[in-house]
Design a protein around this ligand. Structure first.
Ligand code: DHB
Ligand code: FE
Length: 301
């Protein structure tokens, strides 16, 4: 049986990808940011060793634009190439997908009443490749398969925090019903506080960010109820990326414990946040519809 064994939260600040790709990780400005990932890089390689990551991220008008804006999309392809964001694609490995698990998760989510968009061909931008770099460093091939799960947080209206948390719970139900033995991690990416434009550009809110990290730990579900306007007011216009972390948190079930945590400001215009969580009690509420719909699906095949 497949199982979600851990959740990781991580910002996706593009300049960290640039610093890695140009050999500047140890430069004075970047070192404190990268140092906070030393623990995780070792743990990923020596202990955690996931087979698959469900990587919740957002596209920044690289694969999608105003012609199509899926709220929640899942990548079902065999592979995903790094996107060209204006300076050529990042020199990092091609991302290998896991189509069997991705289609299983897509089916389970849809029968569980989350109307996913399935994407069979898409390039992935810094939102996905920078977190991979932070966790794995310099590799010839990513040592893991990745299912991209894209969330619209770029164009109003993004999904609510509560909907994101509930999607995470549905992802846990989906993974738990996949028959193959797979060690699956779920990542929530983006954030923390940042605003890239307008009079408040450069806004960072250390207190709010750290309270957010605190509330990902344990069994509180307080973050489900944070309205969009609070993210906007307290964490800047791009702080809304944090709702993606709630998908990760929801998928870890009733209670979590933190294995590692890192916060560094500023990095570019953004507060760099990182957390590694383990489920303490991974139970998620049952779905009112999934089982019945699964029975109907079996009958149709
Ligand atoms: C920055 C942060 C982001 O989340 C992003 O998508 C682009 C740029 C930044 O701080 O530079
Ligand atoms: Fe971003």
């Amino acid at each position: 049986m497949a199982r979600i064994t851990a959740g990781i939260g991580c910002s996706h600040i593009p300049v960290l990808g640039f610093a890695h790709d140009t050999g500047k990780e140890q430069d004075e400005y970047f070192k404190p940011a990268f140092d906070g990932f030393n623990w995780t890089r070792k743990w990923m390689k020596e202990e955690a060793k996931p087979d698959v990551i469900i990587l919740v991220y957002n596209d920044h008008a690289s694969a999608f634009d105003m012609s199509i804006i899926p709220t929640f999309a899942i990548g079902t392809a065999e592979k995903f190439e790094p996107a060209d964001e204006g300076f050529g694609p990042r020199p990092v490995p091609t991302v290998e997908g896991h189509p069997d698990l991705a289609w299983h998760v897509a089916q389970s989510l849809i029968l569980d009443e989350f109307d996913m968009t399935m994407i069979g061909d898409m390039d992935v931008d810094h939102g996905l490749t920078v977190p991979l770099t932070m966790m794995y460093g310099d590799v010839e091939k990513w040592p893991v398969k990745v299912i991209p799960l894209a969330v619209n947080v770029v164009t109003y209206p993004p999904p609510s925090g509560n909907r994101c948390w509930a999607l995470g719970e549905a992802i846990a139900r989906a993974v738990n019903s996949f028959p193959d033995d797979l060690n699956v991690q779920i990542w929530g990416t983006g954030g923390l506080s940042h605003q890239l434009q307008g009079p408040r550009a450069g806004l960072i809110n250390k207190e709010w960010d750290n309270a957010f990290l605190d509330k990902l730990i344990g069994d509180t579900q307080e973050l489900r109820n944070v309205p969009h306007i609070e993210y906007l007011r307290e964490t800047g216009s791009e702080g809304i990326e944090m709702v993606m972390w709630l998908i990760m948190r929801g998928a870890l079930g009733k209670s979590t414990k933190a294995l590692h945590r890192h916060y560094h400001i500023p990095m570019s215009n953004t507060a760099l946040g990182h957390i590694v969580l383990e489920p303490e009690d991974s139970s998620v509420p049952p779905s009112p519809t999934l089982e019945g719909n699964n029975d109907a699906a079996q009958a149709m095949i």
